[in-house]
Design a protein around this ligand. Structure first.
Ligand code: AMP
Length: 176
């Protein structure tokens, strides 16, 4: 999806040397581009085919909430540890240094609900894999894991596919 890819800015060496940060704020600030990205994601899922969208903090909230609004379904925030006010369930996942934890409210998913997972970007897939496992823990039927940007060199798609999940990305960037 070349039109959308062109709207994503690359910041070299952020937040660390060697990382090419794919900055989606330039896509978000372009009304037509933002709407197009949401349309590409949402139009894959006919009305009535999903029950909820889960978005990963923080940029996954922006794309996920917009897609949920477009499809007329509920939104589930997948949050970093300790942010949710009600009883929560969580999953730990590995970072390059140490571990992190994501959480959802214990009642966010009604078992059997068809859920679409959205984040801005998949790199190693660790974050999305933890979110996918968490949603499945809660009884969700995970319809698809959807990303605006995929970095194929980092192999994230494989981790999700190996767990039996469908993966879709709007555009891809080479390298890290
Ligand atoms: P991962 O768990 O390795 O797939 O990392 C995915 C998460 O880290 C996403 O929430 C992204 O927003 C963020 N992220 C990782 N690498 C990049 C990158 N090169 N540019 C922008 N965001 C990134």
């Amino acid at each position: 999806m070349e039109i959308i890819k062109r709207l994503i800015r690359t910041i070299p060496d952020f937040p660390r040397p060697g990382i090419q940060f794919r900055d989606v704020t330039t896509l978000l600030s372009d009304g037509e581009g933002f709407r197009h990205a949401i349309e590409v994601i949402a139009s894959r899922h006919p009305t009535g085919s999903i029950d909820k969208i889960a978005g990963i903090e923080a940029r996954g909230f922006v794309f996920g909430a917009a897609a949920a609004h477009r499809l007329g379904v509920g939104f589930i925030p997948v949050r970093k540890q300790g942010k949710l006010p009600f009883a929560a369930i969580g999953r730990d996942y590995e970072l390059e240094y140490g571990t992190d934890r994501i959480e959802i409210h214990a009642d966010a998913v009604v078992p059997g609900e068809r859920v679409l997972l959205i984040d801005d970007l998949i790199a190693t897939g660790g974050t999305a894999e933890a979110a996918a496992m968490l949603l499945c823990d809660a009884g969700a039927h995970l319809v698809e894991c959807c990303f605006v940007v995929e970095l194929p060199a980092l192999g994230g798609r494989r981790r999700l596919v190996d767990r039996g999940h469908a993966v879709f990305s709007v555009c891809e960037f080479e390298g890290h």
